[in-house]
Design a binder for this molecule. Structure first.
Ligand code: NAD
Length: 539
């Protein structure tokens, strides 16, 4: 087994994955950019923005920007198209999702190139987006009819009241998505919104707009009327509020800071919002965990998409009795990860997305080291691979005054903490205002699930990093506390895009004095009826 010191700073530089032949410019030609850019609603006079490819720093795409008036125009077009879509049977709408599923799997290489070009992530991590999006398409394609069908409910007076609960579309959904999972986060929330009969005005991040625009084209090819999915682009603080301003419901994924602003604007308009926000997610390695599997899992948990994943792990709690053995395995695997920027499978980790991300990651690591933290693996930028590469990094000896201890880094950096008792581990894991995801490793599944139930996070994975819960698309996913409001996936993930409507029809007798009964006799009759209903076990 490798001694931890052998992979510590300076001796264990991550290897570089062999590069692929294709360049970003060849994979994303100007003609493709021009075609996709036509999908943006932007007729105003806003200056176009040129995005850069994170892997190389070269210009990637010049993209039109929308004004608040363009956003209003997008809503007008969406509102015109929505009623005809809502009038279709749910089954017909759901079929579009199933066709999209097949097209996505068939044409995945096109979007894998775009995701890599726009985010800099490794192709394997880009594929996770295809996987998650296809799963959501299949689930809502197959289950929308069941989720949305009319349901008979117990009436006010048995036999005489016939009551049905129905689901009506909200109308036009304002959907704001971030850059880190551009396919998954632009599409997976839009799919149930469409299945429920809504139109969508989507504001992806400009950095990753090509991926969202490509997905829009594919969904149109699968049968979605083009006007139903409007894409607007622009500066978040300007165009984002305009999206909220006209929405019948807001679906937002991004930072907690922006989420609060979106929530306040939605509240002022009395429209609902679901908010999928940040996290400072914890992983617990119990004394009886399979340490090889836990170390493998920790690598996925901390470094997928270079840690720019809302559900990735940034705090790792390990039982003191197995800490050295676990850390040796984890550090060895981390130092062996191949960094690379090729548009092909082969690299284990790609680049960060922007200079801002690199700055935060560098600052968190440098400040911690200066204040006494130890680097067990990684710890440095790797500009010789690409301008925004940073090594997967494990920090030990992190203390509460260090920013990396409590602030979301949103990068490939994890801090190690040791614990002695289960109680201590649960308390420490819960000691954060966030509550998005967590992970527990143990050979005792019953114990793992019992600990999971005590963790204040919207998802918990036992013996997996994040994919088990996130991929369980029939079950809700989202955050507690500062990690958000509402849930995607499962029944909640589609019902949020609907209004519940109760239709109750009364027959034979009204719920009021009638047939010659005076008020007193009516009250006496209903008092008796209520007692009988309870005795009969009616709900
Ligand atoms: P961000 O909040 O800066 O931006 C997210 C989106 O909101 C972008 O499209 C941006 O242009 C837009 N925006 C910015 N200001 C706005 C405003 N005032 N009103 C409306 N929209 C505005 O977040 P980011 O840095 O792009 O994304 C990273 C963050 O997202 C991280 O905190 C991460 O944890 C979180 N995230 C959460 C989930 C989840 O499912 N919980 C998933 C992915 C990312």
């Amino acid at each position: 087994m490798t001694d931890i010191s052998a992979v510590s700073r300076g001796t264990g530089r991550n290897p570089v994955a062999p590069g692929a032949g294709r360049t970003v410019a060849a994979a994303v030609p100007k003609s493709l950019v021009a075609r996709l850019a036509r999908g943006v609603t932007a007729g105003g006079d806003a200056e176009p923005v040129t995005t850069l490819a994170p892997l190389t720093g070269e210009p990637l795409a010049e993209l039109p920007q929308s004004t608040p008036e363009d956003v209003a125009g997008a809503y007008r077009a969406a509102r015109l198209a929505q009623p005809a879509w809502a009038a279709l049977p749910v089954r017909r709408r759901a079929e579009v999702l199933l066709r999209f599923h097949d097209l996505l799997l068939k044409r995945q290489d096109e979007v894998l190139d775009l995701i890599q070009a726009e985010t800099g992530k490794a192709r394997l991590h880009a594929f996770e987006e295809v996987l998650a999006t296809a799963m959501a398409a299949r689930h809502y394609g197959r289950s929308a009819v069941g989720y949305l069908k009319d349901r008979r409910r117990g009436g006010a007076v048995p036999v005489f009241t016939h009551t049905v609960e129905g689901r009506r579309p909200k109308g036009v959904i304002g959907h704001i998505s971030p850059w880190n999972y551009p396919l998954e986060l632009s599409v997976s929330d839009a799919l149930p919104a469409f299945a429920a009969g809504n139109a969508v005005v989507n504001k992806p991040d400009t950095q990753t707009a090509l991926t969202a625009l490509w997905a829009r084209e594919l969904l149109i090819e699968a049968g979605l009327p083009a006007e139903l999915w409007q894409v607007v682009l622009g500066d978040g603080p300007v165009v984002g509020p305009a999206v909220v301003e006209h929405a019948d419901y807001v679906s937002f994924t991004g930072s907690t800071r922006t989420g609060r602003d979106v929530a306040q604007r939605a509240a002022a308009r009395l429209v609902g919002a679901s908010l999928e926000l940040g996290g400072k997610n914890a992983m617990l390695v119990l004394a009886d965990a399979d340490l090889d599997k836990a170390a493998e899992g920790a690598v996925r948990a901390c470094f997928s998409s270079a840690g720019q994943l809302c559900i990735s792990i940034e705090r790792l709690f390990v039982h003191r009795s197995v800490a050295d053995a676990f850390l040796a395995r984890f550090a060895e695997r981390t130092a062996a990860l191949r960094l690379g920027g090729g548009l092909a499978y082969g690299a284990d980790m790609g680049s960060l997305v922007s200079g801002r991300q690199l700055e935060t990651v560098t600052r968190h690591v440098e400040e911690a080291v200066k204040a006494g933290a130890t680097v067990l693996a990684g710890g440095q930028a790797r500009p010789e691979i690409g301008p925004l590469f940073f090594e997967p990094t494990i920090l030990d000896g992190v203390t509460p005054e260090m920013a990396v201890c409590s602030e979301e880094t949103f990068g490939p950096v994890v801090s190690i903490y040791r614990f002695d008792t289960e109680e201590e581990a649960v308390t420490a894991a819960n000691a954060t205002p966030y509550g998005l995801n967590s992970s527990v490793w143990t050979r005792d599944l019953r114990r793992g699930r019992a600990i999971a139930a005590r963790l204040r996070t919207g998802t918990v994975n036992v013996n997996e990093a994040y994919a088990a819960a996130y991929g369980s698309v029939a079950s809700p996913m989202g955050g507690m506390g500062d990690s958000g409001l509402g849930r995607r996936h499962g029944a909640e993930g589609i019902l949020r895009f609907t209004e519940a409507q109760t239709i109750a029809s009364q027959r034979v007798m009204p719920i009021a004095p009638a047939f010659g009964l005076d008020d007193e006799k009516f009250a006496a009759l209903f008092t008796k009826s209520l007692r009988i209903m309870k005795a009969l076990g009616l709900k």
